[in-house]
Design a protein. Structure first.
Length: 222
């Protein structure tokens, strides 16, 4: 027996899309997600708090972090994917601090959200083999992480080394906690709901892609 009728599935999809669009219309994305209102952190404490807040305040970043964790349930050794992404965000921040410019960061970040949401929503995610799928997804996560981290770096331009180190630690910790919480939750759902889990993850992926499309539209129109 199917988990939900086709009619109910369509209603759920429509509800998710409308909810995502409503949230984004009411809370338009900021170009720089600064927990301290754009002020550069001046000490370790401010740097750490800013690092904790930046990935959460930015809905595009947060959606991708959740997708990274949830997608980890669909490939072998999926825990490596959020780790690869987080390490890449630190590299991306370093690139920004070195005054190296990356092309179209906001558009690429939005595209990464669309892609990972799409992978999560896809029925067929194992295109070759488990190991190769993991490599492909991790590679995409690394590329995306560099651009997400590049955007993070804007918050600490001009800061001293002490708050910069704290900032890196802060956003690494919060991303690790959020992505692994999503991974653990998805594993728990698969154990409790079994065949229903894939449908739930697909609906979440659809919502995440919706977020990406809206941010892409904002970035394209900027």
């Amino acid at each position: 027996m199917r988990f939900l009728s086709i009619k109910h599935q369509l209603r759920l999809k429509a509800t998710i899309i409308l909810t995502v669009l409503t949230v984004l219309i009411l809370a338009q994305p900021a170009t720089a997600h600064h927990p301290f209102g754009g002020e550069t952190p001046s000490n370790f404490f401010e740097g750490f708090l800013s690092g904790l807040g930046h990935p959460i305040i930015g809905l595009d970043h947060f959606a991708f972090i959740l997708a990274v964790g949830l997608l980890g349930t669909k490939v072998k050794q999926g825990f490596l994917i959020p780790i690869a992404f987080i390490l890449a965000t630190m590299i991306g921040t370093g690139i920004h601090l070195q005054a190296i410019e990356l092309p179209y960061p906001e558009m690429i970040i939005a595209t990464s959200v669309i892609v990972f949401g799409g992978l999560l929503a896809s029925k067929k995610y194992n295109f070759f083999s488990f190991s190769l799928s993991t490599i492909i997804v991790a590679t995409i996560a690394i590329i995306a992480g560099i651009f997400h981290g590049y955007a993070y770096g804007e918050a600490v331009i001009g800061a001293e080394m002490n708050p910069i180190v704290a900032y890196l630690a802060g956003f690494a910790i919060i991303q690790l906690l959020c992505s692994f919480a999503a991974l653990v939750l998805a594993i728990f759902m698969s154990q409790q709901f079994q065949d229903k889990t894939n449908f739930i993850l697909r609906m979440i992926g659809l919502g995440i892609s919706g977020i990406g499309f809206v941010f892409f539209a904002f970035a394209f129109g900027a």
